[in-house]
Design a protein around this ligand. Structure first.
Ligand code: J2J
Length: 536
């Protein structure tokens, strides 16, 4: 059968050959490690959420039954399926079920709404859409109905809000498919969403080889083993929850995954205590909330061995509080859904632990730190980070124009991050050259928000930037110029947010602040100075 490579930029043949010879890429597909664990210890607990616990045996059985149900809906090898679920066991079940069929899940953040989901469905030509009836007050069943009306070929699966219910029960009545290989390791295995820097979200195609490599190496580097109990308290579709080391790492190692509906101390502290959580991967604002919570004294958090913190910059000051106050090793990481992941090794010295965001996971990772003219900088000096390697994509999905700008001719990905790399190869993230806002780990493309705000009556021009925020690192601020003759006081934050909500934009992308101005500050060449706006 032909490989599933639609929309994928292949690795040069010699490079792929080298990655396989060097053992970075193996002859394994992503569901296989789970089923190896199922075979080894079917009775052990795999996934816990609320009062529900699934053993490995039960998880494996559910995966194969749901696969049967999806096959009945017409999902087969190479088909794209948008998985739009919150932190519920069904996310894990559906993703593995889709893999069992050789199909390709698109990991859509639960916070996404019509604008984003429609783009994924259309751009990827999705065969099916899996979601929950309601999420955070939004009627997603209605969205599913809208999508099917517009795309008659699209099949939808709408679970109850908790990811269970009659629709799931019916799928589970299907006879299980046989567990067998229906995809090749070289096939595109999944599409991850990128925070993006442009008007449209980008999709990131990983193969079983590229993703599996990242997972395998993360397991030991994050100290994951059969006794690990991992808490997933950030959105489950995020790389940190899936592969760094994520549920893929934990289920491969034979540990237990505990799902939290959100990351607040009220939710997670009781879970840590009750289930003896040993590891969690979190974004800085969550860590800060845990550190600053008075609830800490009322819960036994002593089972925590390590906390992986990444997605956005953690201040050294907060970093230093982690071990004394939470009793866990802090492991900073700096990764990107495009592939590259850096971790501080767990036994690194205290200075590195607080100040650095890690070094590459894979010996196959190649990093360049370049000045504005493209010349390498000396270690210890800041520069633009470019990278290629066995877990880093060579191009976004179906996006030739974008790829020409985001990748060099020899296949390096331009991360848009400014970093300092020291002599040992440890990285500190010091800035960003891409037009992106990092709102506490959630990435916002200003252009996407600007395009939607421009459609609002009364708006002449808009510029969206990230401004400093003590907890989130950055928050979203919109500068707006009113159209001539329009009373500027009618353009309020509430009006703009309501407009964006009606357009179906994810809540976290909406401006937190608004300033109506007569004109934008300009650079010498007449461009809007986002630099000046960021200070305001
Ligand atoms: C500063 N900026 C950071 C950090 C990511 C593991 C961990 C994180 C991600 C991730 C991931 C940062 N300090 N410690 O995929 O597997 C910013 C950079 C980067 C972008 C990627 C993983 N850690 N960042 O965050 O695709 O700007 O992946 O390029 O969501 O987040 O974002 P994302």
């Amino acid at each position: 059968e032909p490989l599933v490579t639609d929309g994928f930029v292949p690795y040069p043949v010699d490079v792929a050959g080298r990655y396989r010879r060097d053992g970075h890429w193996t002859d394994e597909t992503l569901p296989e490690p789970l089923f190896a664990s199922v075979g080894r210890h079917p009775e052990r607990t795999a996934v816990v959420a609320g009062d529900e616990a699934l053993t490995y045996g039960e998880l494996g059985d559910r995966v194969l039954r749901v696969a049967g149900g999806l096959a009945d809906l017409g999902v087969g090898r190479g088909d794209r399926v948008v998985v739009h679920l919150p932190n519920v066991p069904a996310f894990i079940v559906f993703v593995y079920a889709i893999w069992e069929l050789g199909a390709v899940p698109i990991f859509a953040p639960a916070a996404h709404r019509r604008t984003e989901i429609e783009q994924f469905v259309e751009h990827a030509g999705a065969r099916a859409y899996v979601t929950v009836a309601t999420h955070a007050g939004t009627d997603l069943a209605a969205l599913a109905a809208e999508l099917t009306a517009a795309h008659p070929g699209l099949r939808t699966v709408v679970l109850d809000a908790d990811g269970a219910g009659a629709v799931l029960d019916r799928l589970l009545e299907h006879a299980p498919v046989a567990h067998e290989r229906r995809s090749a390791p070289q096939d595109v295995a999944l599409l991850q969403t990128s925070g993006g820097t442009t008007g449209r979200p980008k999709l990131i195609p990983h193969t079983h080889e590229t993703y599996g490599h990242s997972v395998r190496l993360s397991i030991p580097l994050c100290g994951i083993g059969a006794d690990s109990v991992q808490l997933i308290a950030v959105p489950i579709c995020h790389s940190m929850s899936v592969r760094s080391p994520g549920f893929l790492g934990v289920l491969q190692a034979g540990g237990t995954v505990v799902l939290a509906p959100d990351g607040s101390p009220d939710t997670v502290f009781p879970l840590i205590e009750r289930h003896g959580v040993t590891q969690a991967s979190v974004v800085p604002p969550l860590l800060l909330a845990w550190l600053n919570s008075s609830l800490r004294e009322h819960h036994d958090l002593s089972s925590l061995e390590s906390l992986h913190v990444g997605g956005a910059k953690l201040s050294a000051e907060s970093a230093r509080r982690v071990t004394p106050e939470l009793g866990a090793i802090l492991q900073q990481g700096f990764g990107m859904a495009e592939g590259l992941v850096n971790y501080n090794r767990l036994d690194v010295d205290e200075e590195t632990k607080a100040n650095c965001q890690g070094r590459p996971v894979s010996p196959g990772d190649e990093l360049l730190v370049l000045d504005d003219d493209g010349a390498p900088v000396t270690p210890g000096s800041p520069g633009h980070l470019l990278t290629r390697g066995p877990s880093t994509i060579r191009g976004y999905y179906r996006a030739p124009e974008l790829n020409a700008a985001s990748f060099t001719e020899d296949g390096y990905y331009r991360t848009g991050d400014i970093v300092v790399r020291d002599e040992r190869g440890y990285i500190t993230v010091v800035g960003r050259s891409k037009d992106q806002i990092n709102r506490g780990g959630e990435k916002v493309a200003p252009e996407e928000v600007e395009n939607l705000v421009l459609a609002l009556d009364g708006v002449h021009d808009v510029s969206v930037v990230g401004v400093a925020d003590r907890v989130l690192g950055e928050r979203v601020k919109a500068y707006v110029v009113a159209r001539e003759g329009v009373d500027p006081s009618t353009l309020t934050l509430g009006v703009i947010r309501r407009h964006l909500r009606e357009r179906g934009l994810a809540e976290y992308k909406m401006p937190d602040a608004l300033e109506v101005v007569a004109e934008f500050p300009r650079t010498a060449v007449g461009k809007v100075s986002k630099l000046l706006q960021r200070q305001g």
